[in-house]
Design a protein around this ligand. Sequence first.
Ligand SMILES: [Mg+2]
Length: 241
Amino acid sequence: MIQLITFDLDDTLWDNGPVIRKAVKECYSWLLKKCPELEGVYDSVSLNDLKDEIKSTRPEFAHRVSEVRVVGMKMALERVGYKTDEAMILAREAFEVFHHWRHQIELFEGAEEVLEQLAEKYPLAVVTNGNADVKKLGLGKYFRFSVSAEDMNRSKPDPVVFMRVLELAGVTPEHAIHVGDNLITDVQGASDVGMRTVWFNPDKAAIKKAAITEENYKPDSVVHSLEDIPAAIENLSVRVW
Ligand SMILES: [Mg+2]
């Protein structure tokens, strides 16, 4: 019997690439306009690169996807002469711009109907490595709770993340199904703790990378359209394991 369904967000419920590109552009445009001292020293690309630089050199920021962006902008502002306090205030204000645009998403067709349908029957929860907030998206009503990499200071596929979700729901792994688009972070991560998995593969992507084979990270079910998720879950729920 299924007692919990967990959902990934980015690229499972909406196409995230364009959302992030727009949010990054708006955020850095705001900052460059607000702080002309940055002109000629930084542009949108180099400001964004700072985030990756910090992530790779300071492990304490590895899972803090919001904070790393703030710290990157603060660092840039300090380098062009802003005092620490002022740099931090401006970086946080700029991040608010990012955060606003990060939530301007367009759900995949049928996404809300699927959530509505599933939520009537099962408790749903969010497990995300990103910083989208379902409450800000008007989807909070479908989910009992959310767990993010930032909350946990760990990211999927770390089994600790999935164990935490199960603990919060008071459910054992064999009674839980995770739905996500990524074979490693979602399918491998959830499988490693004994959850069943539904791989959302809208592009019907072939598994090409050497490190990933369908054999290694075999999803219990594969769907190419969100509308097929309820049926996939029904099939899994009647299967004996
Ligand atoms: Mg995803």
